[in-house]
Design a protein around this ligand. Structure first.
Ligand SMILES: [Fe+2]
Length: 289
């Protein structure tokens, strides 16, 4: 292993990882080295560009805190998160599709009874959500855990709202015997991903928008079924085709119905205009062992 050249260094490095005990780790490392070296050769990376790349990744790590994960954000904006999801969660066409989990899920969310107001009293257009969870044959899935969380009318999650210490606009619900669940909250708004770190620099350098389309996050779990991590986007959102994290799927674009005060089929009507969102979620069974 001496006098290596740009042509011979790649097999030399790969030969050093072939003794890795874990065969899957060996496979990943070999492919990583091959692709990384091909990338460097392809763009003929200069020493200055290599140093800039090291600096970028270093600052990405230094930007991470217990409440901010800049590396996951980098993965999101490079499409890696959704690519891994696509490879890991192949589903039938009728099953509800996944999207990104995002950084705003909280384990300390409150459990609520069916139909509860989960808004925490924050201002906004009332949102009534009526959901149903079924299997591939359309039969209800009772007792499914349904996590919901979303932003407020300014695009802020509860931890970003000044003075809001308790969880709000998030809940753990459970489907009833008919597979149904419902809650009341406020209509979420589109919001920018964090733009004040290295990922923001990357987005600016590539003239990309930071704005995510508005959405309600849902995470649905039931014994015997694949977990669904998804979100529902309003069909009239301006940012559906420029989502910086590539999370929009057409099957997750939904009509956010607008109703006048006192009008419409929703059980929890208000004396002000409101939004009604209805959706059936189809779970895919776990693969047979
Ligand atoms: Fe979100």
């Amino acid at each position: 292993m001496r006098d290596l050249t740009s042509d011979t260094i790649t097999p030399a490095v790969i030969s050093t990882v072939r003794g890795t005990k874990d065969p899957r780790l060996a496979e990943i490392l070999e492919s990583l080295v091959r692709h990384l070296h091909d990338f460097v050769r392809d763009v003929e990376l200069t020493e200055e560009e290599w140093a800039a790349g090291v600096d970028f990744l270093t600052r990405t790590g230094l930007t991470c805190t217990p409440t901010r994960q800049e590396f996951i954000l980098l993965s999101d904006v490079l499409g890696v998160t959704m690519l891994v999801d696509a490879l890991s969660n192949r589903r039938s066409a009728k099953a509800t599709q996944n999207s990104v989990l995002g950084p705003y899920f909280r384990q300390d969310r409150p459990q609520y009874a069916d139909g509860a107001d989960i808004s925490g009293g924050l201002p906004g257009t009332p949102l009534f959500f009526e959901g149903r969870v079924v299997n591939g044959d359309g039969a209800p899935v009772p007792g499914a855990g349904v996590d919901v969380w979303h932003s407020d009318a300014d695009g802020h999650y509860d931890m970003e709202v000044p003075g809001q210490e308790d969880p709000a606009m998030r809940a753990l619900l459970r489907t009833d015997e008919s597979g149904d669940f419902a809650f009341r909250s406020i209509r979420p708004a589109s919001y920018p991903i964090p733009g004040d770190g290295p990922v923001g620099e990357l987005m600016s350098a590539t003239s990309r928008s930071l704005m995510r389309p508005a959405h309600v996050h849902l995470l649905i779990e039931a014994p015997g079924f694949q977990r669904v991590t998804t979100m529902l986007f309003p069909s009239d959102d301006l940012y559906l085709d420029t989502d910086p994290v590539f999370g929009v799927k057409q099957s997750l674009v939904e009509t956010y119905e607008t109703h006048e005060a006192g009008e419409g089929p929703c059980s929890g009507q208000t004396d002000e205009p409101y939004t009604l969102l209805r959706r059936t979620f189809v779970l895919e069974p776990l693969p047979a062992r």
